[in-house]
Design a binder for this molecule. Structure first.
Ligand code: 5GP
Ligand code: ZN
Length: 148
């Protein structure tokens, strides 16, 4: 594996380097999973690529696949260990989306039938209402951007 990008001022890079302690629950060649220091629920876990990439679109293929692989492998054990009924799995991708630590990390948040929380759809307080034409237009623009 080639040398990973690193930011010495980044808290997650410092955890990867074991300069700062964390409760590690999984270690892979490209990933680390730790308990969140300020959990929303027992077992709230962060899956982190070892390399310093700020957002998902910046993560190269191998590490991106490794992050998803770790998320998928860990969700079941985390739910079993915590007695959770489900889990919310997601990324705050970019500051506008609420990302506070600019080193990609996927959240696994154990969910319970009676936890009072909501679905991912609750992240936007006032959802947009788009016409069929507007939906066609945005779909076409995204397809063009993917092909560009
Ligand atoms: P974000 O808002 O960037 O998606 O989430 C950052 C998460 O990192 C937060 O849930 C926060 O509690 C967690 N966090 C911040 N600093 C530390 C730390 O030093 N150690 C651990 N384990 N988690 C941290
Ligand atoms: Zn970092």
């Amino acid at each position: 594996m080639s040398e990973q990008p690193h930011d010495e001022d980044c808290i997650f890079c410092r955890i990867v380097d074991e300069e700062i302690p964390a409760r590690t629950i999984h270690e892979g060649p490209e990933t680390l999973a730790i308990l969140d220091a300020n959990p929303l629920a027992p077992g709230h876990t962060l899956v982190i690529p070892r390399g310093h990439y700020e957002t998902i679109q910046g993560v190269p293929d191998g590490a991106r696949a490794a992050v998803f692989d770790a998320l998928g492998r860990l969700v079941g054990p985390i739910e079993r260990a915590t007695g959770a009924d489900g889990s919310t799995v997601g990324f705050n991708n970019g500051a506008a989306a609420g990302q506070e630590v600019p080193h990609v990390h996927g959240h696994i948040i154990p969910r319970f039938d009676d936890d009072g929380g909501g679905p991912i759809h609750d992240v936007i307080a006032s959802p947009v209402s788009l016409t069929e034409t507007e939906l066609d237009d945005i779909a076409a623009r995204i397809v063009d951007a993917v092909d560009a």
